[in-house]
Structure formats: C-alpha cells, structure tokens
Design a protein around this ligand. Structure first.
Ligand SMILES: C[S@@+](CC[C@H](N)C(=O)[O-])C[C@H]1O[C@@H](n2cnc3c(N)ncnc32)[C@H](O)[C@@H]1O
Length: 250
C-alpha cells in the first residue's frame, strides 16, 4: 500500500533556514549634495572600474584586469583611498581591489585614480562581505583592513567587522601564505581582534618583537583618517599569515 499523499504540499518556506544580512559595520554612506565633478566621476568613471558580482564563490579576480596581475590585493574600507592608491601606484603589477560604501570616499578614490591614471584598481561600492562571498577560494594574496570603524561603545561592538565568522570568510579567500594587515588605534578593538586571529586555525601572527606591531610596515601609506588619531591608544599594526596547511571552510 502506498503512503497517503498529503492533501497539500508541505510548507517548504518554513523549513528554509532564515538568512539575515550581516549587521552593518559602517556608518553613513552619503548625504551631502554632490558637485558636478563628483557626479561625473561616479557616472562616467566608476563604471570603468566597478566590479559586477556573479554567483557565489565563482569570481576569479584576475579576470577583472586587462593585463594579468602578479597578485591580487584587497583593501576593505579604503576611506578616502589614499592607501589603496598609494599601493596601486607603487605596485603597477599588482591588481588592487578596493571596497568602500561611503560615497565621498569612493569619489575621492576615483579622483585619485584619474589623476594618477591608474589601470590596476577595481572598485566595489558596497559591503565588502558581498564581494568576499563572490570571490573564488584562495584568490587573494593580501588583504588590508586598516582602521576599521571602531564602534567603541560596548553595545555597538557587535557591529565591528572583525568577528569569528568573518575570519572564516577571510581565510577562505586568502591564499595559503597570503597576508592580512590589520590596524587600529582603539585598544579594545586591538585586543579583541588579536584574540580572534590568534584563536583561528587559519592564521599565524607574524610578529616576533614588539616593534613589529608598534611600527607601521615600511610600505604603509598614511591616510587622513589615521593622522587624526581619534582612538584611545597608539596605532597597532598586526600582520597575519594564512597557514599553509589545509583549512576547511565551515
Ligand atoms: C574609519 S574608516 C578608515 C578608512 C581607511 N581604512 C583609513 O585608514 O583611512 C573605516 C571605513 O571602512 C568602511 N567600511 C566599514 N565596514 C565596511 C564593509 N563591511 N565593507 C566595506 N567598507 C566598510 C567605512 O565606510 C569607512 O569608510
């Protein structure tokens, strides 16, 4: 005897896991009226550099550049773009990807890219976590997260970008041996981030002496945000290397 058919199909929607967008890790993205020049940069130049996402985990970032780069580096939250542009100018054979949802920051970066006539930069004007989900595993050689929004108050700290599951995401896209640079001038963020990275099986902290984290890397490019020293401690400069062994993505 065949089992009785249910009268109506099961309500599959109730069995689907609920998908929540990540908690927003950035503050305002715009507001001020744009000048004619800023509008031109966004309307005419951004499309030349902007990344369009394909399916999850499928985007090979090498294909975004006309000339095959030696390596791909990613800066998450580039602010006014000074560091990203400085790195792109000094490393013409590297493909630099920058993510920044803040419109003024994007306009500044486009202005810098135009002035320096850069061809090795690609841009994403939304939450970096969308781009990271779209990238192929092991596709980045270096990631910069410099002075991320500090969210200093206790009740805001869940908005910080560095969270355990975010480290899993970073580990997936970083190549074995790839580097991640993190800087902050907020003591509680420095302690929290360091604890997360040290506890994570995919990352090794490269520092051997105090100077290694107290002094910026020799090739660092200072930004306007950084010199304002808005935090409560001297900047720390952490560098982590993705372990060469297998890391299984949870
Ligand atoms: C405090 S600013 C520092 C900017 C820059 N890194 C510097 O050192 O000058 C942090 C930047 O990160 C950006 N940001 C925060 N969360 C982000 C995310 N999920 N994806 C991309 N950018 C993000 C913010 O919009 C903001 O411009």
């Amino acid at each position: 005897m065949s089992p009785e058919k249910p009268e109506s199909p099961p309500d599959l929607a109730h069995n689907e896991p609920e998908v929540h967008p990540p908690i927003r890790s950035y503050g305002r993205i715009g507001g001020r009226a744009l000048s004619a020049r800023q509008k031109r940069l966004l309307d005419e130049r951004l499309p030349e550099f902007e990344i369009t996402l394909t399916g999850p985990g499928a985007l090979d970032p090498n294909t975004l550049f006309k000339t095959l780069p030696d390596e791909i580096w990613l800066e998450i939250g580039f602010g006014g773009g000074e560091h990203m542009i400085g790195q792109a100018r000094h490393h013409p054979n590297i493909g630099l990807i920058g993510c920044e949802p803040y419109i003024d920051g994007m306009v500044k970066a486009l202005s810098g890219i135009e002035t320096a006539d850069l061809h090795n930069v690609r841009l994403y004007m939304e939450d970096a976590r969308g781009l990271l989900a779209a990238l192929k595993a092991n596709s980045l050689a270096r990631i910069f997260i410099l002075f991320p929004d500090p969210w200093p108050k206790k009740r805001q700290q869940k908005r910080r970008l560095i969270q355990v599951d975010f480290l899993d995401t970073l580990a997936r896209v970083l190549k074995p041996g790839g580097e991640l640079r993190f800087a902050t001038d907020v003591a509680s963020y420095a302690n929290e981030a360091l604890a997360h990275f040290i506890a994570h099986p995919a990352f090794d902290w490269t520092a051997e002496r105090a100077e290694d984290w107290r002094v910026p890397p020799v090739d660092h490019m200072t930004t306007r945000y950084e010199v304002k020293q808005l935090g409560d401690c001297r900047p720390v400069w952490f560098e982590f290397r993705k372990t060469a062994g297998e890391f299984s993505v949870p």
